[in-house]
Design a protein around this ligand. Structure first.
Ligand code: HEC
Length: 125
């Protein structure tokens, strides 16, 4: 009894990103990508600009794009870019990867991050 109360309390207190089934709108995400990420990133495979290609980024290990000069901070971060990880990273990239050369300060609106990830998920074969 006590235990199930604890579990229930945890679920109520859990932050939004821990709960599945958020409405994700890939079309909105595409607009966000074009207006922010696209300043530095391409959505085309292995095409790098200031930042590495984000084609296929969801599920990819950090620092894998050939020909891109990653910072040691990114390359050695040991991160795999799952949806949950991207959701946290996009809020504050420097917090998750201190010393990264991605200077973008972050997307604070959680809905925008959900939409953006929905779009990033479409970038695969
Ligand atoms: C001002 C330029 C800039 C903007 C804007 C920017 N990035 Fe980046 N991003 C970079 C750079 C540079 C790196 C490489 C970081 C390193 O090596 O430390 C990077 C790295 C990344 C990585 C790691 C990729 C890998 O292969 O390990 C992800 C994921 C990422 N960016 C996502 C995004 C998303 C999503 C957006 C839009 C919300 C965004 N970035 C906006 C410059 C930018």
């Amino acid at each position: 009894m006590k235990r199930s109360l604890l579990v229930a309390g945890f679920l109520v207190a859990a932050p939004g990103w821990m709960l599945p089934a958020h409405a994700q709108d890939a079309e909105e995400g595409k607009k966000i990508f074009k207006s922010i990420c696209n300043l530095c990133h391409e959505n085309i495979r292995n095409k790098n600009r200031v930042g590495p290609s984000l084609y296929g980024v969801v599920g990819r290990h950090s620092g894998m794009i050939p020909g891109f000069a990653y910072s040691d901070a990114n390359k050695n971060s040991g991160i795999t870019w799952t949806e949950d990880v991207l959701f946290q990273y996009e809020e504050d990239p420097q917090k998750m990867v201190p010393g990264t050369k991605m200077t973008y300060t972050g997307l604070k609106d959680p809905q925008k991050r959900h939409d953006l990830i929905a779009y990033l998920k479409t970038l695969h074969d």
